[in-house]
Design a protein around this ligand. Structure first.
Ligand SMILES: Cc1cc2nc3c(=O)[nH]c(=O)nc-3n(C[C@H](O)[C@H](O)[C@H](O)COP(=O)(O)O)c2cc1C
Length: 359
């Protein structure tokens, strides 16, 4: 199939993408154990994939409190800026664009994965009913601390400062992770947010935190460089809301009002919610669809305007030259599940062959 729509350029807010192939954000747990810095390995990994119209990085914590998982990278200090700026430069040198996904995990995490003295903060002191990987094995997630209003404002300021660091590192944009039960989702969902102040209760109140974070990010990078990641109804990490369709409709309306450049929606039929139609109904900016697309399906869905662009996750893990492989109609390397997460080595990270190597 000719992929004329998928491979055509497009504007996403202030960004000009060379094609509509987006690399999906994927945690790979290869940051330094000591200081959450990315390394030369990340430079190679991301620059190998600069054929995408836009790369969204793995989830990156805006503050050390925001870290939940083992070996995830941060953008919390000058060392992080210096390390990420090498990654960004390497991607730019290959003609790509790269946005940083800001992932504050809130109550999702475990002290084994976090630096000493850091906190697990959440809207309410309710533990996520789920387990998390640590180097000491799977662990139940502890009960987090409920934030005071002053502490909420401080976390919003953490996001703002993280956006400043993203700009300093040269990132082309920022994607706010509002899916998968992390801190923004914890404010949104009725079961994790039992506050009775202006940040809890009514939908407007549950939306307030995300609205203030978007404003903080936009004050630094501009709304035209901000995206939102959503997955309405996805219960991952005990993300449970009484009425996710209405809640996410509210979030999408807010994204529209604030002029957010893109919404990156995971389609997940098992939730019973059509996240792509829901987004189109309430939001007029760029819609990036995600989850199990092939190139042909992406082409059809862009041609029919169901979505404007499509992100590819697992295909990009195994196929650094994904766009060339799409053009050649394959073949595609298979992903090695054993090397998805962890370690410092190149195996399963930067050593998947490109087409010319195969030949
Ligand atoms: C190894 C792995 C790590 C992931 N980490 C993240 C993440 O950090 N942030 C995020 O928003 N989504 C994350 N996802 C979800 C992907 O972005 C994507 O939505 C999912 O893989 C479905 O797309 P695919 O079928 O093209 O792989 C991850 C997925 C995988 C496979």
């Amino acid at each position: 199939m000719a992929l004329e729509h998928l491979l055509s350029p497009t504007a996403v807010g202030d960004l000009r993408l060379k094609n509509r192939v987006v690399m999906a954000p994927m945690t790979r747990s290869r940051a330094s154990q000591n200081d959450d810095c990315v390394s030369e390995l990340h430079e190679a990994y991301y620059s190998q994939r600069a054929n995408a119209g836009l790369i969204i990085t793995e989830g990156v914590h805006p503050s050390f409190d925001g870290k939940g998982y083992n070996r995830t990278p941060g953008i919390c200090n000058e060392a992080h800026v210096a390390a990420w700026s090498k990654v960004v430069s390497a991607v730019h040198k290959e003609g790509g664009l790269i946005a940083c996904q800001l992932m504050h995990c809130g109550r999702v995490g475990h002290p084994y994965n976090k630096a000493a003295g850091t906190r697990m903060l959440a809207p309410s002191a309710i533990a996520a009913r789920a387990e998390i990987f640590t180097e000491q094995g799977m662990q139940p997630m502890p009960t987090p601390e409920a934030m005071s209003v002053e502490e909420i404002k401080a976390v919003i300021e953490d996001y703002r400062q993280a956006a400043e660091r993203c700009l300093a590192a040269g990132f082309d944009g920022v994607e706010l992770h509002c899916a998968s039960g992390y801190l923004p989702g914890q404010f949104l969902a009725s079961e994790s947010n039992l506050r009775n102040d202006e940040y809890g209760g009514s939908l407007d109140n549950r939306l307030r935190f995300i609205g203030e974070v978007i404003d903080a990010l936009a004050s630094v990078v501009g709304a035209g460089r901000i995206g939102l990641r959503i997955s309405p109804g996805n219960p991952y990490n005990d993300h449970v809301d009484a009425d996710p369709e209405t809640t996410y409709a509210g979030l999408l309306k807010m994204a529209e009002t604030k002029g957010v450049a893109w919404v990156h929606a995971i389609r997940m039929p098992a939730t019973g919610i059509d996240s792509l139609s829901l987004t189109r109904e309430h939001y007029s900016g760029t819609l990036i669809g995600s989850d199990s697309y092939t190139a042909d399906e992406a082409e059809d869905c862009i041609a029919s305007q169901e979505v404007d662009a499509v992100s590819f996750g697992r295909l990009y893990i195994a196929n650094p030259d994904l766009v060339a492989r799409f053009k050649a109609n394959g073949p595609f390397n298979q992903m090695d599940k054993r090397t998805i997460y962890g370690g410092e080595g190149a195996a399963g990270y930067t050593d998947y062959p490109v087409l010319s190597d195969d030949a």
